[in-house]
Design a binder for this molecule. Structure first.
Ligand code: GDP
Ligand code: ZN
Length: 307
């Protein structure tokens, strides 16, 4: 039999067959990890072959992955954990107010998506909670910044039912990895466009970070209008991938498209003369928030290399 892994707890896997039946599977014998520094042999989204009967089964083969997205634990960088495989896009849900998502958080996920060549989108939820001029300005700036680098970005509101159709079209017939902090309204948005899924909506005040993040696993849900989403409640932050610091600019499209105009071939776009990236930053063609993320990630990657 064949099926898709829709949930993985590390010790057993929920596998769904094309006709919709669910089997609780284990791994048969000892599965060899391709990469010794990978923590999970099977991830949500994997297509697997298994022997199954009466709702239970043994997985014996993983079909070749079209792609995957990996997280490296912030404190255990040498270990890689596959978050999900065979995905069409990464959809980041953010909010400007209650809670405020930092641009660094968004850019970190975008970087990972770029490295794996997975399209991404940034949705700013809770638009109804924006009352201050400054917050409204920030929202507009961020959406403009992402749209400029060809990342779909728009605002939504569950309470005002704003742009939820747009989100539905974005997700329709695609396999989407949904990322974002607790409390930004991921479950509420999904419930709004697919009420039958009935995801649990949490009260922000109850989010005591820890407890919530350690007990949950990524889960794939089929959408009634076609496509599926992979909810990643356990993922708070992506660690930076193993990118060479001097290659970082390749994964920032606004830097990549300009670096060939830098005077020096090995320009790091930090303080060099004749740097096309710094010129573009000065002219307002590159968003300061994106450039700040570039500098932050560069410093972080550089520091990692010292060990
Ligand atoms: P998740 O942790 O990202 O899945 O967030 P939830 O869907 O659990 O939502 C967290 C809280 O924000 C809940 O109290 C929701 O009712 C509330 N919420 C979600 N979306 C919106 C929105 O667009 N506007 C407002 N005002 N509140 C929202
Ligand atoms: Zn440069």
């Amino acid at each position: 039999m064949t099926g898709t892994v829709i949930q993985s707890t590390g010790s057993f896997y929920e596998v769904q067959t094309p006709s919709g039946e669910i089997y609780i599977c284990r791994i048969k014998g000892k599965f060899r990890l391709e990469d010794k520094k990978q923590t999970n042999p099977i991830a949500v989204g994997d297509f697997v072959d298994f022997d199954g009967a009466e709702g239970e089964g043994n997985i014996h083969t993983i079909q070749k992955r079209r792609n995957y997205i990996i997280r490296s634990a912030p404190n255990k960088k040498e270990y890689k954990h596959i978050i999900a495989s065979n995905i069409d896009q990464c959809v980041i849900i953010a909010s400007i107010a209650q809670p405020r998502t930092s641009h660094g958080f968004i850019d970190r996920i975008l970087l990972t998506a770029y490295v794996y060549d997975i399209p991404a989108a940034v949705v700013f939820n809770k638009h109804d909670l924006i009352h201050k001029e400054k917050e409204d300005q920030l929202l507009k700036e961020l959406m403009f910044t992402y749209n400029t680098i060809d990342i779909t970005s728009f605002s939504t509101s569950v309470t005002k039912n704003e742009n939820t159709d747009r989100l539905k079209s974005l997700l329709q017939n695609k396999i989407s990895l949904i990322c974002g902090h607790s409390g930004v309204g991921k479950s509420s948005l999904v419930n709004c466009i697919a009420p039958d899924l009935n995801l649990k909506v949490g009260e922000i005040s109850k989010y005591t970070e820890k407890g919530l993040h350690t007990t949950t696993f990524a889960h794939m849900y089929a959408l009634p209008f076609g496509g599926s989403i992979i909810d990643t409640p356990g993922i708070k932050e992506f660690g930076l991938l193993d990118v060479e610091p001097q290659e970082l600019g390749h994964y920032f499209p606004e830097i990549r498209s300009r670096m060939h105009n830098c005077k020096f071939n090995d320009c790091l776009h930090i303080n060099e003369t004749g740097c096309a990236v710094l010129d573009a930053l000065e002219n307002g063609e590159i968003a300061p928030s994106r450039y700040t993320s570039y500098l932050t990630f560069y410093a972080e990657l550089k520091a990692n290399k010292k060990y």
